[in-house]
Structures are given as C-alpha cells and as structure tokens.
Design a protein around this ligand. Structure first.
Ligand code: MN
Length: 471
C-alpha cells in the first residue's frame, strides 16, 4: 500500500519592532545583559497593565499582505494559560478567537500554492538555560512581538516543507518585519506530520516536532517522520499523537510528551486590552509600504535571468532592489556578477550592508559592453565598487586607478601595432605568418599587448594585425 504524507507548519516570526508588544522596553536585546530589557509589565508585577504597540500591528499587516492574506478589520487578544518559569504572567497573551491575519497563500518557487489558514499576534516567552542542578531564567525575550503563521495541511513532501519555510523567511524579510536571523531563533518552525493510506479521506494521526530553526532540519525531520510513521503502519502498528523532539546530530526524532488539547490552555478573552479596530485606509496605507516581492521579481526577470541564479539572488532583497534599479538591460549582466563574484567573495556579508549606487553599477556594465574592460578587469573593478576604501569613486575612476581600461581607439592601436611590426625582433614571426603559420599571431598579439602595457583590446589587436600582414 502507498502512504501519502501530509504536513502542516506553524511558524513563529519575531518582529523587529523598536519596543516590545505590550511595554516600552527595548525589543532588541542582542548583545545585552540577561534580564536588562524587562519592564514591570513583562515580569508581571501585580497591577501592571499591557498597552498594545501600534508598530507591531503595522508589521502584522505587512506580513499578512506579503502572504496574500486578508487583514481582519476587527481582532482581539486572548489569554493562553500555562505554568512555566519562562512566563511570569502564568499565561501568554495571544489571539485565539479573532486573529488579525486571515486566509491567504504562499506560492513556492515551483508554483505550488500553500494556503495560509490564519496568522495571529502574540508575545514570546522568556528563555531558560538548563545546567546540571539548576536553570537560569532570562526574561529579555518576554513579549517580544511574534506573528504565528498557521498553514493549511497542503504540504505533501519534505522538499515542499523546506521550500515553504524558506519562502516564508524571504517574504518576512522583503516585508521588513524581522531580522530573519535563523541561528538566533528569529523564525522557528513547528511541523505536524502524518501519513495516511492513499485514497483515504481522513488524515493519519500526527506527530508534532517543535522549534526547528533551519530549513535543512525541517526537511530532514519531515523525511525521518514520514519514514518512521510509514514503517509503523506497514507493521500494523499505530502512530501515537505526541510532541517529538528533533536531534540534529542523530538525525532522529524521539517521543517527548503527549499533545495538549486546546481546552488544557483555558483560553479566555484578554480583559486588559481593547479589541483592535482597523480602518480600510490604515490597512491600505501599510500595504502600500510593501516593496516588490519575490513573485514580482520572478515575473519581471523571467526572460532575462536564469531561474537557478534568480532563486539564489532572491535570498537577498537588497540585491533584487538593485537589479530593479539598473533596469532589464543591465540586470542580466549584473545578476551574474552578483551570483558568481559578490556572493563568492569572503567579505560578501559586509559588502551587502552597503551596496554601490545603481549609477556606478550601470557605468561598469557600459564599460564592459563597450569592451573598455576585459572580463577579468570587470570582475576586479566590480569588487572594488563594494570596497569601503573605494566607496563612491565610480567604476571609471577605479578602472583608471587600476590601469585596466582597454585601448579601443583604432588609430591609437594601429600606431602601437606599427611600432611592434617595425621591431626587428618580430620580423621572423611576420614572415612565418605570411608563409601560413597561423599560430604565430598569438606571439605578435602578445608583443602588442606588452607595448600597450596590457591596455589594448586583444581581439581588436588581432584584427588589425591580420589586416596589416595580409596586405
Ligand atoms: Mn504560538
């Protein structure tokens, strides 16, 4: 019997707002002391009341629109109760009954659409670090704004699970709502995996794997779960509904605890926060701030940039903005330099923070098209455009400084060729060429290149030489 896997994914995205979801404390705790970005609201001092951060609402609108979702004009918050040291309030403020983001979809590079069920705003929990005999609590992360994106069970392979998570990461970064630093948990994926016999109208019992933070671990965990569950069913055994942990080192999942039901959390409306009411104008104003999205770029460069190159570059919104800025004619040429030279460069991460202007890049493209720069010189000048030491100097000035501009002026080149042909040292080669020995042309071109200090355009030189020698 054939078994069909079905995967649903919940993704938590940390929003890069200035302050926290319900207090005025700094939301960016990177490099700060534990428990230094915490207000009395965050550590739940009795009597403290939350106040909603309007910026987080704006971010949620942009994130929702990036996923082609409806934005609900009315939404509100609820309390999700659980008792754990990382949550001083004893509950999480989330949106259970009326989330801010409604249904939508994400389109994968393959064209497959994954529907979004909804997405909601909520506060993050603190962080526990476990030692042998004790654990330490850091509340810096408490009530960092999150959106939790819940997919429909539309994913049926490990590859699509990987692609979906990656596309979400791209969309959230294009929408500028998160730093998108996966290593530090800015985006975390919970995956539900089940398998059912082909043709069955019911889904199988699912296992949930929480808190994955790389696309690769999502793909591997899904692969492992599909194999594990299929094997159980084939042996006539049952899959247990449970939360399982992923071990990256062993490449396996292991059972942790049976899954809680929604009723275990005793959801109730949050009495301390009023509902969110959004006007059409407010939603439209925020939507208008969205830049071009990956799907727009795929349509735009469909004919100019090879798909594989485009998919690599789409991970870098700043590079795509640049390609848009320089126009179709230059985009093909520059996309190759971005992919094969810039991203291969050791300092590329640093270079990406401060890109050269579109004008500088266009100047480089023009110099290359007019054969003023060889392909080697083009790459050299291109990288110098990103060098902080060379910033703003422009492609032509840099090329001049490096002395790599090719001489294309025909009369100037002819004069150099004449000098070389007048040298007794080239007399034999000239005679050999006239006698039909083709390959000595290389020697003669080399002599002209030397005479021009490497600035002559070799193919033009060869043409001039041939004309002069056959006369
Ligand atoms: Mn959540």
């Amino acid at each position: 019997m054939k078994y069909i896997p079905t995967i649903g994914i919940e993704c938590h995205v940390q929003l890069s707002t200035k302050t926290k979801l319900f207090s005025e404390v700094d939301n960016d705790a990177r490099g700060k002391e534990p428990n230094s970005c915490v207000s009395p609201v965050d550590y739940a001092l009795p009597g403290m009341l939350p106040r909603l951060n309007g910026e987080a609402v704006k971010f949620a609108i942009r994130a929702g629109k990036a996923m082609n979702c409806e934005i609900n004009p009315k939404s509100r918050f609820d309390r999700k109760h659980y008792f754990y040291p990382d949550s001083p309030k004893g509950y999480q403020i989330t949106q259970f009954y009326q989330p801010i983001i409604g249904a939508g979809y994400v389109e994968l590079p393959s064209g497959t659409r994954i529907r979004i069920e909804h997405a909601h705003l909520e506060g993050d929990a603190g962080k526990l670090t476990h030692f042998d005999t004790y654990s330490l609590v850091d509340l810096n992360r408490v009530d960092t704004p999150l959106i939790e994106i819940v997919s429909m069970p539309d994913i049926h392979s490990a590859k699509d699970a990987h692609d979906y998570c990656k596309e979400l990461w791209r969309l959230m970064r294009y929408a500028k709502v998160t730093y998108g630093d996966l290593y530090n948990g800015n985006m975390r994926f919970d995956i539900n995996v089940s398998v059912a016999p082909e043709g069955s109208d019911q889904l199988g019992t699912r296992a949930e794997i929480k808190n994955l933070n790389s696309f690769r671990s999502v793909e591997r965990a899904v692969e492992y779960e599909i194999a594990r569950q299929t094997k159980l069913l084939e042996a006539g055994e049952k899959v247990v509904q449970e939360t399982r942990g992923w071990n990256d080192a062993t490449g396996k999942t292991t059972g942790q605890r049976s899954k809680e039901e929604a009723k275990d959390y005793r959801y109730m409306p949050e009495p301390d926060l009023p509902p969110i009411n959004l006007s059409v104008e407010f939603i439209e104003a925020e939507t208008a701030k969205l830049p071009l999205m990956p799907s727009n770029y795929r349509d735009m460069f469909d004919k100019t940039i090879i798909k594989d190159t485009l998919e690599v570059l789409l991970d870098y919104p700043e590079l795509m903005e640049k390609l848009n800025e320089v126009g179709q004619d230059n985009a093909k040429f520059l996309s190759n330099l971005f992919a094969s030279v810039l991203l291969a460069e050791e300092k590329s991460a640093e270079y990406l923070n401060d890109l050269p202007s579109g004008e500088e890049l266009k100047e480089l493209a023009k110099m290359n098209a007019e054969k003023e720069l060889s392909s080697t010189a083009t790459k050299e000048v291109f990288l110098k455009l990103f060098d902080p030491q060379m910033k703003g100097r422009g492609a032509r000035n840099i090329a001049k400084e490096l002395g790599v501009i090719q001489e294309n002026d025909l009369s100037a080149l002819e004069a150099i060729v004449d000098i070389v042909l007048a040298k007794p040292a080239t007399a034999k080669a000239q005679a050999d060429f006239r006698a039909g020995e083709e390959k000595v042309i290389g020697f003669l071109v080399g002599q002209v290149m030397k005479e021009s200090h490497g600035k002559a355009n070799p193919s033009t030189v060869q043409q001039i030489l041939r004309n002069k020698l056959v006369k």
